[in-house]
Design a protein around this ligand. Sequence first.
Ligand SMILES: [Zn+2]
Length: 162
Amino acid sequence: MAIDKIILFPVDMSFIPESLAMEIVMDYTAEVLPNSEDIKTIIYKNIAFIEPGCALSKVTCMNCGADLLENGYWRNWMDALCDKGIVNPTMILPCCGLETYIDALNYEPPVGFSRYVLEITKPGKDLPEHHQISLEMFLKCRLRKILVRQPESPVKQPECRN
Ligand SMILES: [Zn+2]
């Protein structure tokens, strides 16, 4: 499946790199993925939920494995956070009493939470690991990557002609 988008963001959800570093990273990315349709920097006012491009199938506690999507707990937590922007993303989990960050849960497919995002549209190929390491050096932070893949090519409907 072709890659629709590469989404890169800091492991530390509240981190925003220096503006010069963000510019360097835009140029660097354009050089190493020259066939990209679009490359953009997005900065959110609050920590934003980075969606995986398709429905979440699982959110589980990384300590006891409880399913937090099925029981509605995760949705309620997200609704509460989204009302005020995600500002206080820690919570004591109802399953095992662990206090944790919302981004530390296990997500399938992987999601993210961030204030800074580098989004590469139709890159033509994946970003090789060593280039990601260079980006991390420029930005002075570890990065997480989400690949959004295009769904299987949709069945073409026959056109109606009258
Ligand atoms: Zn638990």
